[in-house]
Design a protein around this ligand. Structure first.
Ligand code: ADP
Ligand code: MG
Length: 368
C-alpha cells in the first residue's frame, strides 16, 4: 500500500544544537485526519514544517505518496499549509488572496478564475470576494486562509493551530466545518494543536508528543481510555494514577500491591513474569463509580472484586443531567468522578465516607 505520508526515523536538530524532533515514525493513509497534540515546545510545528518543506530534515526519511521528499522544495510538494495567524495579504481583497497561489504556479487566468470561484463558493465566500481582508472577522479570515490553501488542490493540508486565534463558540463551529470539509474533499489533514478537546473532536488518530518524541499514536477514544504512558495519562482526559508493584499477572489482568491493598487493571501490555516491578494503575474518571459507605462488603466484592478503595466525599454538583463528584482518598489524593444524575441523586452526602470502585476491564496498567 502506498501511504500519503510517511515519516521514518525523522529527526530535527536546529543549527543552535536544539534537538526539536527525535526519531519520529508515522504512516498516514489517504484521507486520514491526523492531529499532533502536545504541550508548547514539544516539536509539533517543527514536524509540520518539515513535512511542508519550510524546514529541513536533519535525519531520517520523509515520504509523500511513496516518494522521498527530504530535498524537494516546498512549492514542488503536494502540500499546503495554514498558519495560526493566517498570513493573509492585507492590501489584497479576498479573491486576490485566494488566487495568489495559482498565479505563483503560472496558471492561466480563465482556469485560475474557475478554480477560485469554485472554492469561494464551497466555503461560502462568494458574497465577500471583493472585500479587503483587513475588514473581515476572525472566522471569515480563517475561511479565506482555508480557501487559499485548498485552491491549489493539495494532497495533504497542513494546519498549524488554525483555530487558536478564534473565540470558543466560533472555534466549535469552525471545527465542525473543517471536519465536514475534510470528509467531503477526502484529502489528508495534519492538524497541530495543544488543545486536547480539538484533537479529540476532529481526528481519526492523535499523535501525542512530548519533548520531541512521539509518546503514543491512537484513535481519540483509545487514547482517552487507554493511555500507554504516565505522560499521556496525565495529559489527556481525567485519570487517577495509583502506583504499586506487580503481585501477579495473567492474560487478562494485572494486580498491583498498592497503598490501598491489592488492586487490578486490564493487561493490555502483555505483561508476563514481572513480579515486583514498579507500575501504576490508571483509572479514567468515567470508569470509576462511587458507592455509599453503608454498602455491604459482599455487594462491593460482587460488583468490583478487589477494586474498592475507601474515600470521603468532598463535593457533589449537579450539572444538567451529570453529577460531578470529588472525593479524597486516605493518602490525600483526590478523584473526580462523573455519572448520570439518576444513578447518584439522593444516595450520597458531602462529608460522609464512601467507596470508589471499578471493574478491572475499565482500568489500565502502565510502567512508571
Ligand atoms: P511546538 O510547535 O510543539 O510548540 P516547536 O516545533 O515550535 O514546538 O519547537 C520545538 C523546539 O524547537 C522548542 O524547543 C523550540 O524552542 C525549538 N525551536 C523551534 N524553532 C526553532 C528555530 N528556528 N531555531 C532553534 N530552535 C527552534
Ligand atoms: Mg507550534
Amino acid at each position: 500500500m502506498v501511504y500519503d505520508l510517511q515519516l521514518k526515523n525523522v529527526g530535527k536538530v536546529y543549527d543552535n544544537g536544539t534537538p526539536a524532533v527525535i526519531d519520529f515514525n508515522l504512516d498516514v493513509e489517504k484521507g486520514e485526519f491526523i492531529a499532533f497534540l502536545g504541550p508548547s515546545g514539544c516539536g509539533k510545528s517543527t514536524t509540520l514544517r518539515m513535512i511542508s518543506g519550510f524546514e529541513t530534515v536533519t535525519s531520517g526519511d520523509l515520504l509523500i505518496r511513496g516518494k522521498r521528499v527530504n530535498d524537494q522544495l516546498p512549492e514542488k510538494r503536494p502540500t499546503s499549509m495554514i498558519f495560526q495567524n493566517y498570513a493573509l495579504f492585507p492590501h489584497m481583497n479576498v479573491r486576490q488572496n485566494v488566487r495568489f497561489g495559482l498565479e505563483v504556479k503560472g496558471m492561466s487566468k480563465p482556469e485560475a478564475d474557475k478554480k477560485v470561484d469554485g472554492i469561494l463558493d464551497k466555503l461560502g465566500l462568494l458574497d465577500i470576494s471583493e472585500m479587503p481582508t483587513s475588514r473581515l472577522s476572525g472566522g471569515q479570515r480563517q475561511r479565506i486562509a482555508l480557501a487559499r490553501s485548498l485552491v491549489v488542490e493539495p494532497d495533504i493540508l497542513l494546519l498549524d493551530e488554525p483555530l487558536g486565534a478564534l473565540d470558543a463558540n466560533l472555534r466549535k463551529s469552525i471545527q465542525n466545518e473543517l471536519k465536514l470539509l475534510q470528509r467531503d474533499l477526502g484529502i489528508t489533514f495534519v492538524f497541530v494543536t495543544h488543545a486536547q478537546s480539538e484533537a479529540l473532536a476532529l481526528s481519526d488518530r492523535i499523535i501525542v508528543m512530548n519533548a520531541g518524541r512521539v509518546e503514543q499514536i491512537s484513535p481519540p477514544r483509545e487514547l482517552y481510555t487507554r493511555p500507554k504512558s504516565e505522560f499521556v495519562a496525565r495529559f489527556i482526559g481525567s485519570n487517577t494514577l495509583i502506583p504499586g508493584t506487580v503481585l501477579k499477572s495473567d492474560a487478562e489482568t494485572i494486580t498491583l500491591d498498592t497503598a490501598f491493598g491489592a488492586i487490578s487493571g486490564t493487561n493490555r501490555i502483555n505483561l508476563t513474569e514481572a513480579k515486583g516491578q514498579n507500575m501504576s494503575i490508571v483509572l479514567p474518571a468515567e470508569a470509576v463509580e462511587l458507592v455509599p459507605g453503608d454498602t455491604k462488603e459482599g455487594e462491593l466484592r460482587k460488583t468490583f472484586g478487589n477494586n474498592v478503595i475507601p474515600c470521603r466525599i468532598d463535593r457533589l454538583q449537579v450539572v444538567g443531567h451529570i453529577m460531578q463528584m470529588l472525593v479524597s482518598l486516605e493518602n490525600g489524593d483526590t478523584i473526580h468522578i462523573e455519572g448520570h444524575v439518576d444513578k447518584y441523586r439522593n444516595r450520597l452526602k458531602v462529608g460522609t465516607s464512601a467507596y470508589v470502585g471499578w471493574q478491572s476491564s475499565g482500568a489500565s496498567v502502565i510502567g512508571q
